[in-house]
Design a protein around this ligand. Structure first.
Ligand code: ZN
Length: 257
């Protein structure tokens, strides 16, 4: 199978999963029906399935129309009864062409957030708005404790996991990351490589978990100098437990400019 990003709105990617042996495709988080319909028309593809990570409109806005037009399967959070044909939960498995994806519940950005992980061959993670390249989603519904647990769950996946998130936020994320760790050579290198990609209007994705563990402040909030920097940016005392350290890093990013 082949994965490719369809840009949508300002900075979303709708990931398309193509089958090697047929014209069938799946779409992840189709916030826009138009983008997917045009792609199918241009390339003579048939949409047969959708994966939804969470309820936000830029991830689900195209689902109703796509389902109506193609009668495709729709997997997603169980409370989205009007959209999903297959409500899912932690540990459920979904067959997508030759791969099987397991459902990981990762509340934090939203309470319903799901990630999809496949560990065959090179592992793949669709991380939605939970884990970004160099960042993580804002905590809009959950708690810092939930979001930290989600980060720890994802960081326990294999290092060679390719990370496909839904937004092109990498350069903004790296500006903040560099403010916390200006001497992190992996971060400096990845920032440079990502800057070159954006100059050519290319996606900076996918990332991989090994790189994220070395560069993403939200997987590194235990790092002594990083958490000291975050506390300094907030003009607060350095936190003494892991949840509060994570929360300080998140809040420092929320107010970073
Ligand atoms: Zn979202």
């Amino acid at each position: 199978m082949n994965l490719l990003p369809l840009p949508a709105f300002q900075d979303n990617y709708i990931w398309i999963i193509e089958d090697k042996d047929s014209s069938d495709i799946w779409a992840v988080d189709p916030g826009s029906a138009k983008v997917v319909i045009e792609y199918c028309a241009q390339h003579e593809k048939n949409l047969v399935g959708i994966l939804i990570t969470h309820h936000h409109n830029d991830h689900t806005g195209g689902v109703a129309k796509l389902k109506e037009q193609t009668n495709c399967l729709v997997y997603g959070p169980k409370h989205l009864k009007h959209l999903v044909t297959h409500p899912i939960k932690e540990g459920d498995e979904i067959a997508v062409f030759t791969r099987v994806f397991s459902v990981l519940e990762t509340p934090g950005h939203t309470l319903d957030h799901l990630c999809y992980f496949s560990d065959q061959a090179t592992p793949i993670l669709f991380s939605g708005d939970t884990l970004f390249k160099g960042g993580c989603g804002r905590i809009m519904e959950g708690t810092p404790k939930q979001m930290l647990a989600a980060m720890e769950k994802l960081s326990a996946l294999p290092d060679n996991t390719l990370v496909y998130c839904t937004h092109e936020y990498t350069l903004a994320n790296y500006r903040f990351a560099l403010s916390l760790e200006p001497d992190n050579t992996d971060l400096i290198e990845s920032h440079l490589a990502s800057t070159l990609l954006r100059e050519q209007n290319k996606p900076t994705l996918p990332s991989n978990l090994d790189l994220e563990k070395k560069t993403n402040p939200f997987l590194r909030s235990h790092n002594p100098s990083l958490k000291t920097q975050a506390a300094q940016q907030l003009k607060e005392e350095v936190a003494t437990n892991s949840v509060e350290s994570f929360s300080q890093v998140r809040r420092a990013k929320d107010t970073f400019s």
